[in-house]
Design a protein around this ligand. Structure first.
Ligand code: IPE
Ligand code: IPE
Ligand code: MG
Length: 242
């Protein structure tokens, strides 16, 4: 469906083009089971695999997930390295399976503090990604912060000799999400109801869906419930309903 129609037809049976998820609650999921927090992250990574395939099957064009924030470095070195290890495992598998799964994968965030090994894997994934003909793209936000993204975008714009006049549209071209539609629906599981520095610019008119389900327990049924809730929303973008 064309972008303009999508904007006005945000109710009924229209699928969101872009769904974003704050994958939260891994630590509490593990704690409830007497497991280390890292076991929760491993379970959460499995959930991501399942939900990404489900979104592809539904025909969702963009799925953006928050995997590691610019603030998550505050956690113990063990927990951070377990998360980076899971990311490495995921990317290695992706290199094997991307053509079969037919989901394009992009990593969004400031990748400079990641290990050279991880960065090389990301480059390999993105090279395959350019060759895929698919309708679904999964964006993994790693060392991502919404404020950091905006500051970087302004700096990149300033440094660009071909920059245009600074407008909302112009600045959007320097964000990690350049060229993608804004998220229609942002889901946060785990019972927390906050944005935690996710997609601050892009979420201006997103619909929010909160659920107490912890991310490792999140199933395609929970995704259906979130989409059904979205389809009942009345998106007005500041206008008045006719
Ligand atoms: C989300 O789960 C994953 C990351 C932030 C990396 P948490 O690790 O935040 O889980 P809780 O919130 O402690 O339960
Ligand atoms: C947000 O969750 C970041 C990710 C899910 C990657 P956090 O668990 O870090 O957020 P806060 O600390 O509860 O706000
Ligand atoms: Mg959390």
């Amino acid at each position: 469906m064309a972008g303009a129609d999508q904007k006005t037809a945000g109710q009924g049976t229209v699928l969101p083009r872009h769904i974003a998820i704050i994958m939260d609650g891994n630590g509490r999921w593990a704690k409830k089971r007497g497991l280390p927090r890292t076991a929760g992250h491993a379970a959460g990574a499995e959930t991501f695999r399942r939900i990404a395939s489900y979104c592809r099957d539904l025909g969702i064009e963009y799925l953006t997930v928050y995997a590691f924030s610019t603030e998550n470095w505050k956690r113990s070195a063990d927990e951070v390295s377990a998360i980076m290890g899971l990311l490495k495992k995921y990317l290695e598998e992706a290199i094997e399976k991307m053509r079969r799964e037919n989901v394009r994968i992009r990593i969004l965030g400031d990748l400079t503090p990641l290990s050279p090994e991880l960065r090389a894997l990301i480059d390999r994934v993105e090279a395959i990604d350019e060759t895929l003909e698919t309708h679904t793209q999964a964006n993994l936000c790693v060392n991502y912060g919404g404020r950091d993204e905006i500051v970087r975008a302004v700096k990149a714009w300033e440094a660009d000799p071909d920059r245009g006049e600074l407008t909302e549209e112009e600045l959007s071209k320097y964000l990690y999400t350049a060229g993608m539609p804004d998220p229609d629906l942002i889901i946060r599981p785990s019972g927390e109801e906050r944005i935690s520095n996710f997609l601050l610019w892009q979420s201006a008119y997103s619909e929010f869906y909160f659920t107490d389900v912890l991310w490792p327990d999140f199933t395609p049924k929970d995704m259906d419930a979130a989409i059904a809730a979205y389809q009942k929303r009345d998106r007005r973008y500041g206008g008045v309903k006719k």
